[in-house]
Design a protein around this ligand. Sequence first.
Ligand SMILES: [Zn+2]
Ligand SMILES: [Zn+2]
Ligand SMILES: [Zn+2]
Length: 155
Amino acid sequence: MNNHIRSFYRIRYQKRKAAGVCTSCGKEEARPGRVTCVACGIRATKNSTNRQRKLEPLQKALKICRYCDCREVMAGTRWCGYCQERRAEQTAAYRAARAKRGQCVDCKDAAVHGKTRCQRCLDRQIRAVHTYRDRKNCSLSAPGSGTSNPSTSAA
Ligand SMILES: [Zn+2]
Ligand SMILES: [Zn+2]
Ligand SMILES: [Zn+2]
């Protein structure tokens, strides 16, 4: 791309942005606080999901963090120590802020008094545990799960 074309795109982008029109398609109205319309936003998300899908095997093979793409992963995970710490901090801060406001940490509804979740999410959590147990039972009796090793549980 030569400079002329590049500046053409830049000017078009700025014009569209100033007009509150989607900078991607130039047809639809941009979403509030964003530079693209709903459809283009969805398309961009899909593209980034595709990108992630393409990158995944590479990240796995090279053992690099899926979040920052540059650091080595910690054993048994798919992310680096730095990203793990950062994400844990973010999640903790996010949850603490919600809990403070009396909101469910999962869905922002009003939390049950003395709990960090709303009734719906508490129920769902209980159900999830049940499902997990069921699945566990299933996999134990599933054919092809191979040679069960009783010494693992004994040790
Ligand atoms: Zn658009
Ligand atoms: Zn990382
Ligand atoms: Zn909830």
